[in-house]
Structures are given as C-alpha cells and as structure tokens.
Design a protein around this ligand. Structure first.
Ligand code: HBI
Length: 357
C-alpha cells in the first residue's frame, strides 16, 4: 500500500517533544516498509527521520493536549503547522491508498469526512478533553473501523471502545541487547511532567535506598524543581533526554524500570524497551503498562499511587527472570507482530470502503 503518515504537530520528529508518538511513528514506518509498503511522512520542519521520504511543513507548533483543561476550547495557533500538514494531505491524497494520522488533535478527526482517501487514526492517548471525546466519537460513528489504540484501557476511556482496533505497539528488537547482569540502579523514563508521576518514583527510591537514573525531556520545569527541592536526599541522577540507542545502553543495565503514571498511560513504550533488554518493570496497575507487564513473570503490577507498594515491588525485583522479559517482547511486540496487527486494521478499513458502506 501507498501510505501517508501525518505526524504529531507538537514538535519535530527527533525533538522528544512528541513523546511516545515519535517512537511509534518511526517503528511503524520501519515495520510497514519491511512488509513492502511505501511510506511518506509529513511532519513539522526540522523533523529528522533517516531513511524515509519526509515532507517537512512550516508553521507554529500545537500546544500539548495534556497541558489543557478538559473543557478547553478547540484551538489552533496562527499559521498552524497542523493546518499546513492537512492542506498538504488534501492536495496529495489521491496519491495514497490510506492516510495515517498520529496527531491527538481535533482537526484531522473533523476533516475525515471531507477527504476522499480514507484516514486511519492511531489515537495516542486516553480521553483528555470533551472536544476530542466528541470528535473521535463522530469518526467512530461514520467510519467505525478507522480508530486504532495501543491498549484496551486507553480505548475504555472513550465511548467508542468496542469499535477500537488494539494494535498495541511494536519495536525493532534488534536495537535492544539483552543484559543478564544488571548494575545497582533503577531507571525512570518519560516526559518530566505531573501526569507521569516522577515524584512517586523519587519517594520510592528514597525509601528503598536504591539509586534511580532519570531519562527524559523536562516538560514541566516547576514540577522538576519541586521534586529536587522536596527530596534533596533522594539517590537520583538526571540523565537528560537521550535517543533510543543511548537510552537502551543505560536502560539495559538497570535492575528494573519504575512506571508511575498518574493518568491512563495509553501504552508505555518504555516498558517494552526495558523488557526487551531483560529489565523487569515495576508499574502502577493502570493503563497500558497493566496490559503489558505479566505480574510475577516479567515484573510487578502494584496498587496505583501507593508509594509503599512501589517499594515492595522494588524489593522483589530479583525474583523476576530477566530472560522471560526478553522472550515476552519477541512473542508480542516485535515489528512483525505489530505490522501483522496494523495490516489487519488497515484491511478492515479498506474493506468497509470497498463495500461502499
Ligand atoms: N498534544 N495537541 C497535541 N497533539 C498531539 O499529537 C500530542 C499532544 N500531546 C502529547 C502527544 N501528542 C504525544 O506525546 C503522546 O501522544 C505520546
């Protein structure tokens, strides 16, 4: 198939501002190219994605959905990059069998019925706003096959969970090397922002007395400063935002990964990146991670928002067989496994279109 990917408008690919969606888009482009599909990617200018046909679009970045209130009005900055991206899609849609939208924004969903070429929407987060709840439900009503999600927990935050295609996610596992003998530190990876719950991880390692390495872009400066002020004695080290290869070089040697989402994490890419290296995951039992981690086999799922529960999980981390973690990723989260799920999803969309329903 000839596919046009439309990236997130919150940041250029490679900046880290797009969070998990950047990795998802890259892995899906690799996975589907390997299956012989032709991929073109539309993204904000200065985006970088070696090896792919990239159309860079000018304009002002969209503000992030999670920084807005639930009842926030639908907004676009002046000269919006999102508008330019979808103008490009409108003009070139006839060259493609399917458009794939990665933006968690109102416009692409609203435009679905205005397009002749079908649009597959890979919804990257759970419900965050009334505006997105309504517009995604409208798409579910007129194009029921076209909504993809990363977990059932994420789908269940919307009214259209039954129509969702759960494609989970997929990774180039050759980029992740198994590590049998870890060092004495835990890892936490993600955008440093309140919904990601770093504060809980810092409290837990202070109680457990285990060093914690923190990786990710500081999205909320005040939140990060507050953590440093409130827990001056915590054994933490901030390692910055590092690219996948550098990240896994350090992640693979960790005793374990802590995942402390305060929101319904749609998936939790970093859980797979850890498991792929044999690193067990201690996670709050909510959202995507709760559908990834096999409790007692590849990690521990603990009571959400309860720091002592995290401490217990940290204490039991050595009970997990690191090889079992790697095996799970090969069985469920390889690029081939992902492309199988996504090809089935796309086929369902085109089947409805072909049937002229
Ligand atoms: N916010 N407005 C908006 N649009 C996005 O595409 C978006 C976002 N916030 C976060 C985000 N995408 C990604 O980091 C997550 O979907 C992973």
């Amino acid at each position: 198939m000839r596919l046009l990917f439309l990236s997130t408008p919150v940041g250029p690919l490679g900046s880290g501002l797009g969070g998990g969606v950047e990795l998802t888009l890259k892995n899906l482009a690799i996975a589907l190219s390997q299956q012989g599909h032709a991929i073109t990617i539309v993204a904000p200018q200065t985006s970088v994605l070696p090896g792919f046909n990239l159309v860079e679009v000018p304009g002002n970045l969209q503000i992030t959905a999670q920084s807005q209130t639930h009842d926030a009005a639908i907004s676009l900055p002046s000269d919006a990059v999102l508008g330019h991206m979808w103008e490009y899609a409108r003009q070139h849609q006839a060259d493609y069998d399917l458009l794939v939208n990665f933006a968690y924004d109102w416009l692409p969903f609203y435009l679905t019925t205005f397009f002749q070429t079908p649009i597959a929407h890979l919804v990257s987060m759970g419900s965050l706003s009334e505006a997105m709840d309504v517009v995604t439900a409208q798409v579910a009503a007129h194009s029921p096959q076209s909504l993809g999600v990363h977990s059932m927990a994420q789908a269940e935050t919307f009214s259209w969970a039954e129509q969702a295609h759960n494609v989970k996610n997929g990774f180039d596992l050759s980029q992740y090397d198994f590590c049998a003998e870890p060092e004495n530190y835990l890892a936490w990876v993600g955008r440093i922002a309140p919904e990601k719950g770093l504060q809980d991880a810092v409290q837990a390692v202070e109680k457990a007395g285990v060093p914690l390495k923190i990786f990710g872009v500081v999205q909320d400066r005040d939140y990060w400063k507050q953590i440093q002020t409130n827990y001056p004695a915590a054994p933490i080290e901030y390692c910055g935002f590092v690219e996948t290869d550098q990240l896994q070089a350090q992640l693979r040697r960790a005793k374990g990964l802590l995942m402390t989402p305060h929101w319904v994490e749609a998936f939790g890419n970093v859980a797979i990146e850890a498991l792929a290296c044999g690193v067990p995951v201690v996670a709050y039992a909510r959202g995507g991670p709760a559908e990834i981690v096999r409790h007692g086999e590849t990690g521990w799922l603990v009571e959400p928002d309860v720091v002592p529960a995290l401490v217990n999980g940290i204490r039991d981390i050595e009970k997990i067989d690191r090889m079992a973690c790697r095996w799970q990723t090969e069985a469920e989260y390889s690029l081939v496994a992902m492309s199988d799920r996504v090809e089935a999803w796309f086929a369902d969309i085109l089947a409805v279109v072909d049937a002229g329903e």
